[in-house]
Write a protein of this length. Structure first.
Lengths: 239, 195
């Protein structure tokens, strides 16, 4: 079948549109794929539709992928050099007393943050069952993380977070007596949803607090926090 | 403050160019700036976090190897990246299905899967349209055309799945999709977009 013939143009266009939209199935899809490898006109028709339609995804809200995706990519490509290496000799900050003192202060921020949630315009906001207000040493809320108990997403809203240029913010669970566990990169502005590997209620059951550290773009290269911890917050359960 | 779309495109194009030269820092930055958008696209089509993570990983491995081919492409960087991810998603989705148009999922399961959190497909279509100043073109579609295209595009439904979901004969949804796309194309091209 020579799809490039001028009289076949409408048929080619319809096939290319279905291909890009995703409604073209199995065998036909693979066949068109094969033809496109050698026929420039077919390839161009498909590309035209892909681009026309891909532009429609621009308004979509982002969802931060789990941190292990990036780690897996680096591993598969054998990338070793990271723009930033962990700071030598950094202390195990999550054991420090000032962190826990900071958490107590941050508790005051909770009332404020709940006020924000209640003022939000959505009338049918589902009942939030886990709330974490992350604040810096000044106890002013920087980020608010919320999730329904059964949800596999944590919604992180940046209230007044700051990130140094060219760096990223990474969110950590702080289990009692064990090393921090990454929950993924979070934005310094706007709202983002982090995918969780278990429902929020179960995942955070034994987690007293969360923290945010400053990391290289793409997240901590070591699997543990490497940069300074800028925000912390106690996990509050509201059932 | 978030950068303007033009600044962002220029930045992404630069990062792609540097990635083509095996610049790891640029590649990491590219991931940081685009992964959440691309993951959202994959998640919506595949509906399973594990599958979406796999696709994202494969896509970025491929981007590392083929970033150099971007310079010849005539699309915005984000559009180029989105196409890579969407194609992998669609290939994976279609691989799960037999070649024939037999439905393997039962109705309840299909209904349940539509309760994905977040905006509906139609809202996304309009949001995307707004972002591209082509809202008029989308608005000009009939309600049924708009719905069929949005479900196919954002949730990866096939014609057969659309037919079941919308409770309409297969031929009807096929023609909604086909006519909707024809109109969309004519309108977008009239607006100087998409060429």
């Amino acid at each position: 079948m020579n799809l490039s013939r001028p009289d076949r143009a409408p048929r080619l266009d319809a096939l290319a549109a279905a291909y890009a939209l995703g409604t073209l199935l199995g065998r036909t899809r693979r066949r068109l794929d094969r033809i496109a490898q050698t026929d420039a006109a077919v390839a161009a028709a498909i590309r035209g539709w892909e681009w026309r339609l891909a532009a429609l995804t621009e308004g979509m809200p982002g969802v931060t992928p789990p941190i292990h995706v990036w780690e897996g990519i680096r591993k598969r490509l054998g990338l070793t050099g990271e723009a930033d290496s962990p700071r030598p000799g950094s202390t195990r900050w999550w054991t420090s007393l000032s962190l826990w003192r900071g958490l107590a202060l941050a508790g005051f921020a909770l009332a404020f943050a709940l006020g924000i949630l209640l003022l939000a315009p959505t009338a049918e906001r589902p009942f939030e069952s886990v709330v974490v207000v992350l604040a810096g040493p000044d106890a002013k809320p920087a980020l608010v993380a919320t999730a329904e108990r059964g949800s596999r997403y944590l919604t992180v809203k940046a209230v007044a977070a700051q990130v140094p240029p060219g760096r990223a913010l990474e969110l950590w669970m702080l289990p009692d007596g064990r090393s921090p566990v990454s929950m993924g990169l979070i934005p310094a502005s706007g709202i983002e949803r982090l995918a969780l590997r278990a429902p929020a209620g179960a995942l955070l059951r034994d987690i007293p607090a969360l923290a945010v550290s400053v990391e290289p773009p793409g997240g901590s290269p070591t699997g543990g926090p490497t940069g300074p911890v800028v925000y912390t917050g106690r996990v509050e359960r509201i059932y | 403050m978030s950068p303007s779309p033009t600044d962002r495109s220029a930045r992404l194009a630069e990062l792609l160019a540097r990635t083509a030269l095996s610049d790891q820092a640029a590649y990491a930055e590219l991931y940081r700036l685009t992964a959440s958008h691309l993951y959202a696209v994959a998640l919506r089509i595949l509906r399973e976090p594990a599958a979406a993570e796999d696709v994202l990983q494969e896509a970025f491995v491929s981007i590392w190897h083929h970033a150099g081919s971007y310079s010849t492409a005539k699309a915005k960087p984000q559009t180029w990246l989105t196409s890579i991810v969407r194609n992998r998603c669609l290939d994976q989705l279609r691989r799960r299905e037999p070649d024939t148009v037999t439905m393997t999922r039962d109705e309840d399961e299909t209904e349940m899967e539509f309760e994905t959190p977040g905006p509906t497909a139609i809202e996304l279509l309009l949001a995307g349209a707004e972002a591209n100043s082509v809202r008029d073109c989308v608005e000009r579609l009939d309600g049924s055309q708009k719905q069929a295209i949005a479900l196919a595009f954002y949730q990866g439904l096939s014609h057969a799945e659309l037919s079941r979901h919308l409770r309409q004969p297969l031929g009807t949804v096929k023609s909604w999709v086909r006519r909707g796309l024809e109109r969309l194309k004519a309108c977008l091209e009239g607006a100087g977009f998409g060429r």
